[in-house]
Design a binder for this molecule. Structure first.
Ligand SMILES: CC(=O)N[C@H](C=O)[C@@H](O)[C@H](O)[C@H](O)COP(=O)(O)O
Ligand SMILES: C=C(OP(=O)(O)O)C(=O)O
Length: 362
């Protein structure tokens, strides 16, 4: 059971909350290949697919990595340079490119743009260009310095919790909630792709119980989107998935990203799942009435005939599909030994309300 928790305004007028539609982030990440035109195409396509927001990853490389980390060899089929630093440099947009993309997203496409802040300089940069919320990726789930600083901006935060244990997640909650509660935490497994047996979606339920006053979501890296739909069924109110124009492209994330057709199908299926979750109250739905009229069972006369004025006994009644329908089968216990016939009823006749009376003294 998911209790009410305060709504989180993640973009002007767009709230994440228990009774709100799930907020879907299309993570472009580095899938733009370092090309602004591809990035724009991805922004346009993400909007067409029904995403609520698009996201990049912003790093200041010398702030995020040590010299040694930048200089390490990074040969491989998904590498854009001989060293990790060269590879990352190629995939990083600068300030003017961000501003161009931000303007494009706002004016030409109409979708909010944000990015994960992967170091303090990038955090300040994103804050300065007025992104609607700041994403903190799993790589910084245990980075108390960045989390504290992100919380101090006062901006809404969406924080992923891949590569973390519960102590780390508790620390994220403690660090940020000391400043404010305008944040969501996303269950995430940082494996590309994530094997289904490692997705551990029940963690979402754990988070919902353990953190009753913040929003909970899911950032998925599995192949396809069935597991993401299950996350929504378990209560995720923010969903993040990578989007790509072609899964076969060079780059570490393309393979476990969703191509436009698949992303669209996920959004549609996700909206169906949300609608289908409905309410916990069991009741007959208006759309079932047609079937109930055709195949719902009625109380009918089992005996050859029942004279008027007799208290209806167990052997007098059967339950069948009847035309016209009679009293619903569920009324059985309310008439046996309690109701009297007001006229003679014959075999197979549906018993109607007007055919019986109750002796109030019996
Ligand atoms: C943990 C984290 O940051 N994960 C990100 C978000 O999911 C990923 O997009 C990485 O940036 C990407 O997989 C890195 O690939 P490479 O190392 O080839 O640039
Ligand atoms: C690493 C990121 O995300 P996640 O941890 O949710 O995959 C990110 O947003 O940059």
């Amino acid at each position: 059971m998911i209790e009410a928790r305060p709504d989180l305004e993640v973009a002007p007028g767009r709230y994440v909350g228990t009774d709100r539609p799930c907020f879907i982030i299309a993570e472009i990440g580095q899938n733009h290949q370092g090309d602004v035109q591809i990035a724009k195409e991805l922004i346009r396509v993400a909007k067409e697919c029904g995403a609520d927001c698009i996201k990049f990853q912003k790093s200041c490389l010398t702030e995020k990595f040590t010299r040694g980390a930048l200089d390490r060899d990074y040969a491989g089929e998904h590498s854009w340079g001989a060293t990790y630093g060269q590879h990352k440099e190629r995939l990083e947009f600068d300030k003017s490119q961000y501003l161009e993309l931000q303007q494009y997203a706002a004016d030409q496409v109409g979708i909010p743009l944000t990015a994960s802040a992967m170091d303090p300089v990038s955090l300040d940069f994103l804050d300065s260009i007025g992104v609607p919320f700041i994403k903190i990726g799993s790589g910084d789930a245990d980075n108390e310095i960045l989390l504290r600083r992100a919380a101090l901006t006062g901006k809404p935060l969406i924080i992923s919790t891949g590569m973390s244990d519960m102590d780390t997640v508790d620390r994220i909650y403690a660090t940020v909630s000391k400043r404010h509660k305008k944040f969501a935490m996303l269950h995430c497994i940082s494996a590309y792709p994530t094997p289904p047996q490692s997705a551990n979606l029940r963690v979402i339920e754990t988070y919902l119980r353990r953190f009753p006053d913040v929003q909970i979501g899911y950032s998925g890296h599995e192949l396809g989107y069935a597991i993401t739909l299950a996350a929504v069924a378990l209560g995720a109110k923010v969903v993040e998935r990578h989007i790509t124009l072609d899964k076969r492209w060079k780059g570490s994330d393309h393979r476990c990203s969703l191509e436009p057709q698949e992303f669209s199908a996920m959004v549609k299926a996700l909206r169906d799942v949300e609608a289908a979750l409905g309410t916990p109250v069991k009741c007959v739905q208006p759309c079932e009435l047609e079937c109930r009229r055709k195949l719902g069972k009625s109380l009918v006369v089992a005996a050859q005939s029942i004279p008027g004025g007799r208290t209806i006994g167990q052997d007098d009644v059967n339950i069948k599909v009847s035309e016209p329908p009679g009293l619903p089968a569920a009324r059985l216990r309310s008439i046996i030994g309690k109701a009297k016939t007001v006229r003679m009823l014959s075999y197979d006749e549906p018993i109607q309300e007007s055919d019986i009376s109750y002796d109030l003294n019996s």
